[in-house]
Ligand binder design. Structure first.
Ligand code: ADP
Length: 384
């Protein structure tokens, strides 16, 4: 393996917090990294060997960045996948593989992939434009409520909206989309699968995601999920089935719905480190970030089990605050045992912007969950 203390380079497209956390492993192992991101102030800038400012959707920018690296990976899905395909043809190892990424980038195509592979998912109807969807509603083919999902470029809930009336429908963006059945959700679950080029596949424990009711963003992630053994097994079997269908290399975060009727359905996947796996830095034997690096370098995969229970709280910008960030009361949460903050290094806060996260570790998941609430009530992400 030539990557350790050598000129061999891993390229990462995207310079946000996920990239920054990947870099803690590459630095630990003295592996050279190049990172590209559109923002000159991206969190990765302080931790990579070489930073390139560039548009991730621009074919030429991605080609020019990718030709100088030996292995190319991503920390965000919205990148130019045609460039990735051409780089792969030129001999660059690209993980996740561009063919899987292309399917995942498009929410509609992703849903069709589940149908083709007999993977349970909520029923949906695809429309080429908002006008076509409105027409279907007017004719009574689609009825309220349903979930509108934009075909592309959605993240953190921005391309998803529950539609209960014609007025709601007026407010969504134009463009290709789908109308998905509104699922009667009992719990939102997540499982991260890691897969190496040889096909060695391991799964992290099933986690539970608790959502903020207004922002539609994850508020707490609990590892392990508070579900029965039978439900956890069903979730894991399904996540392995999804992984097998994609044949990805690296991580695949599988988001699942446990319905009130006891069914488990796939919502969507992300072929990269994921917010639902941040707990693994402190609570698992191998963090998701180290695991992704192990997988793309074709190294043995690490133990995915938990050492202790972990609860993660996202630190998002408080409503009403814009501008240079200030982490009020961080010293108070640091006084609590088992509380581990991560600050991403974004200079400016705005309402609900992901600025960092805190992991709470404890032998007892319920204790960790209680401390997590205390953390959330104490720390404030504001501007001065
Ligand atoms: P994003 O890619 O923006 O994260 P998701 O497809 O994961 O979008 O949806 C965001 C959230 O919206 C989900 O975690 C869930 O809370 C809710 N949601 C998505 N699809 C449905 C659905 N079909 N029924 C009910 N809620 C849904």
């Amino acid at each position: 393996m030539r990557f350790f203390s050598s000129k061999q380079t891993i390229g990462i497209l995207g310079g946000g917090q996920l990239g920054k956390m990947l870099l803690s492993t590459t630095r630990q192992w003295d592996i050279k990294t190049n990172v590209m991101d559109p923002s000159a102030e991206s969190p990765c800038k302080v931790a990579c060997n070489h930073f390139v400012q560039g548009d991730l959707m621009d074919y030429d920018a991605v080609m020019s960045f990718g030709k100088d690296v030996d292995i190319l990976t991503i920390e965000i899905e919205n990148v130019n996948s045609d460039a990735l395909k051409d780089l792969e043809k030129q001999g660059v190892k690209v993980y996740p593989q561009p063919c899987s990424l292309k399917i995942i980038q498009n929410k509609c195509r992703q849903k069709e992939f589940y149908i083709e592979n007999d993977i349970p998912t909520a029923s949906f109807e695809i429309f080429e434009s908002k006008e076509d969807l409105k027409d279907a509603v007017a004719r009574g083919f689609i009825s309220f409520p349903f979930v509108w999902k934009s075909e592309s470029m959605g993240y953190d809930g921005y391309g998803v909206k529950i539609i209960r009336s014609n007025q709601d429908l007026e407010n969504v963006n134009k463009g290709a989309c789908m109308a998905e059945d509104l699922v009667n959700i009992d719990k939102e679950l997540g499982i991260i699968i890691c897969r190496s080029p040889k096909g060695e596949t391991l799964s992290y424990p099933c986690v539970e995601m608790e959502f903020h009711p207004e922002a539609n963003q994850v508020e707490y992630v609990l590892s392990p999920a508070r579900i029965s053994k039978a439900e956890a097994k069903k979730a894991k079997d399904l996540a392995f089935k999804v992984s097998k269908a994609f044949k990805h290399v690296g991580l695949l975060a599988v988001e699942l719905f446990l319905t009130k009727e006891g069914e488990i359905w796939v919502n969507e996947v992300a072929p990269r480190p994921h917010n639902s796996g941040h707990y693994s830095i402190e609570a698992a034997y191998t963090s998701q970030f180290e695991q992704h690096i192990r997988a793309i370098l074709d190294l043995p995969l690490g133990n995915t089990g938990n050492k202790v229970a972990g609860v993660m709280v996202n630190l998002v910008g408080k409503e009403g605050f814009f501008g240079p960030v200030y982490y009020k009361n961080i010293e108070h949460i640091l006084a609590i045992e088992g509380v581990k903050p991560h600050i991403y290094g974004k200079k400016e806060t705005r309402p609900f912007r992901k600025m960092g996260h805190v992991t709470i570790v404890n032998k007892d998941l319920n204790v960790a969950r209680k401390i997590a609430e205390q953390v959330k009530e104490t720390i404030e992400v504001i501007s001065k």
